[in-house]
Design a protein around this ligand. Sequence first.
Ligand code: HEC
Length: 164
Amino acid sequence: MKYAFLILLTIVLFSCNQKTDQVQVLQNRIDSLKHEIEEAYKPGFGDFMSSLQVHHGKLWFAGQNQNWELADFEIHEIEEAIEDIRKYQKDRKESQMMTMIEPSLERIEVAIDQKDPVLFKKEYIELTNTCNSCHRSTDHGFIVVKSPDGPPFSNQEFQLLDKD
Ligand code: HEC
């Protein structure tokens, strides 16, 4: 009886020990995954801004050429970049402020829907002013965006080649 008890105790202790080993293995795995996530590449706030700059530039030429489908596409690219900023740059206080350009984007969309180049230009300037007003209010007033003078890329056609 005494031996049976001792054997049982040994089995219980052994399995408990095995459990703590398994917990430790899992904990190590979690720690290493956490480390991998922390080290994973994530674009910085400025990288997202450079992407905004590209789409902001392309949007202008799409509108100037009355290529409304492309203009609409560029608006969505800008919206996606804003979503990504809010998702991947949560720690930056400016990320929450990104919604300030949404009303401007919506008004440009109205101009695009109405295929109205004059309204488009007016709303585009408003959007650009909003970009700069955030730059100023976040101590980046030295970053001034404007309507572009020349197409940002020479390897993309902004004119509608086939208007059908
Ligand atoms: C809510 C605030 C905010 C808004 C809105 C905003 N920006 Fe910025 N932008 C910043 C901040 C902050 C930086 C500095 C980023 C950094 O710390 O790297 C910046 C940087 C930039 C840069 C410099 C990137 C570089 O590396 O040279 C450009 C270009 C830029 N923004 C374009 C735009 C455009 C275009 C818009 C509008 C479509 C816009 N931004 C709207 C806050 C904003």
